[in-house]
Design a protein around this ligand. Structure first.
Ligand code: COA
Length: 324
C-alpha cells in the first residue's frame, strides 16, 4: 500500500478556434460589457468539427505524461470526468486509452458535471493510495459547444471547450492531502441538459431545441453559499489555516463566484488562478486547465499548498487540498 499520491505532471489543451464576446454580439442580443461585468468572461475556445472529448483529452494527457516523465505505457489507470462524452459507449476513458495505444488497464469516465475532474481525482487518489495504480491519468475534458443552444443568450455566452489532465504517482508524503465530495439531487432542476438516452432522444428527433438549461440566479446564490461551507469543511478536516493556502484554483464559471470564495479565504485575487476570462466555463476541464496554466507559467511551485474547489450541476461540489 502507498501512503499517498502526488501530482507528478499536468497538461492541458484548448482548441484553436477562439470565440470572442464581440463575435457573440453578432449571434445573440448581448454585449461584451454585459458578459464581462456579469461573468468575467472575454473569450472561449470552441472545438473544431472533427474534435471530440477524447481527442482533446488525448492532447492534454500526452502533455501531462511528458511533464511527469512518464510514457503512455506506464499508465495503469485512466479516469475521465466529462458530461460530453464522444459516445454513449464505449466510455471516453476507454476511447482515450485506445488513442494512447495502451491496452488492458481500467479506463472509465464519470459524470459529475463541472465537478467531474475533482471527483475523478478523488477516485484515482484512492487507487494509488491502495497500491492499485502507480501511474494514474486523471482528465477533465468537455465539448460543451455541442450541447449549447446558440440562440439562448442566457447560456451560450458562458461555456467553452477544452481538456486538462494530471498524472498521479505514489509518494511517501502528500501529495493529495484530502478530497471532499458532495452531491445533492434536490437541485437537479436548476442546472441540467434536458435530454438523455433513457429519458428520450426521441424528443430531440422531433426538432426541439436542446441546450443547457439553467436558473442562473439560483445557481449563483447556491454556489456562493455552498463553496463557502466547502472551504470551512476543507480547512477543518485537514487541520490547516486559511493563510497556509498558497493558491486557490477554483472552477472557472463566474468571476464573481470566484471572488466570493477568495474573500472567504481572505486570499487576495493575485493568489487565485483565473482563466475564466480566456476559457469561459469548460465544466470538468476548467480546474485542470487552470492548474496547468499556472504550473506552466511558473506561478505554482513544488511544495506549495493548493486548494481546488468546484461546483456544478446536480448539484455536485467538492474540493481537493494538494501539496504540489
Ligand atoms: N446578454 C444580455 N442580457 C442578458 C444575457 C446576455 N447574455 N443573458 C441574460 N440577460 C438578461 C436577462 O434576460 C435579464 O433581463 P431582464 O431583467 O430584462 O429580464 C437580465 O439580463 C438579468 O438576468 P439575470 O439572469 O438576473 O442575470 P444575472 O445577473 O443573474 O447574470 C448569470 C446571469 C448567468 C451570468 C449569473 O446568474 C450566473 O453566472 N449564474 C451562475 C451560472 C453558473 O455559474 N453556472 C454554472 C455553474 S457550474
Amino acid at each position: 500500500m502507498n501512503r499517498y499520491s502526488r501530482v507528478a505532471g499536468t497538461g492541458s489543451y484548448l482548441p484553436d478556434k477562439v470565440l470572442t464576446n464581440a463575435e457573440l454580439e453578432k449571434l445573440v442580443d448581448t454585449s461584451d460589457e454585459w458578459i464581462r461585468t456579469r461573468t468575467g468572461i472575454e473569450r472561449r475556445h470552441i472545438a473544431a468539427p472533427d474534435e471530440t472529448c477524447s481527442s482533446m483529452a488525448e492532447h492534454a494527457a500526452r502533455r501531462a505524461l511528458k511533464a511527469a516523465g512518464q510514457t503512455p505505457a506506464d499508465v495503469d489507470l485512466i479516469v475521465v470526468g466529462t458530461t460530453t462524452p464522444d459516445l454513449v459507449f464505449p466510455n471516453t476513458g476507454t476511447l482515450l486509452q485506445q488513442r494512447l495505444d495502451i491496452h488492458g488497464c481500467p479506463a472509465f469516465s464519470l459524470e459529475a458535471a463541472c465537478s467531474g475532474f475533482v471527483f475523478a481525482l478523488s477516485m484515482a487518489d484512492k487507487y494509488v493510495r491502495l497500491g492499485e495504480a502507480k501511474c494514474a491519468l486523471v482528465v477533465g475534458a468537455e465539448c460543451l459547444s455541442r450541447i449549447t443552444d446558440w440562440s439562448d443568450r442566457s447560456t451560450c455566452v458562458l461555456f467553452g471547450d477544452g481538456a486538462g489532465a494530471v498524472v498521479l504517482t505514489p509518494a511517501d508524503e502528500p501529495g493529495i492531502i484530502g478530497t471532499h465530495l458532495h452531491s445533492d439531487g434536490r437541485y437537479k432542476d436548476l442546472l441540467f441538459f434536458p435530454y438523455g438516452v433513457s429519458s428520450g432522444f426521441d424528443k430531440l428527433r422531433s426538432g426541439a431545441v436542446a441546450g443547457i438549461t439553467m436558473l442562473g440566479n439560483e445557481v449563483f446564490r447556491t454556489a456562493v453559499r455552498t463553496l463557502s461551507r466547502l472551504v470551512d469543511e476543507t480547512l477543518a478536516k485537514n487541520g490547516i489555516e486559511r493563510d497556509q493556502i498558497d493558491w486557490l484554483i477554483p472552477h472557472q464559471a463566474n468571476l464573481r463566484i470566484i471572488q466570493s470564495a477568495a474573500d472567504k479565504l481572505g486570499l487576495p485575487m493575485d493568489k487565485v488562478v483565473l482563466t475564466v476570462q480566456d476559457h469561459g466555463n469548460t465544466s470538468a476541464a476548467s480546474i485542470p486547465l487552470a492548474l496547468d496554466t499556472a504550473v506552466r507559467d511558473g506561478r505554482i511551485h513544488r511544495g506549495q499548498t493548493l486548494l481546488l474547489e468546484t461546483f456544478g450541476g446536480g448539484f455536485t461540489w467538492g474540493s481537493a487540498l494538494i501539496r504540489y
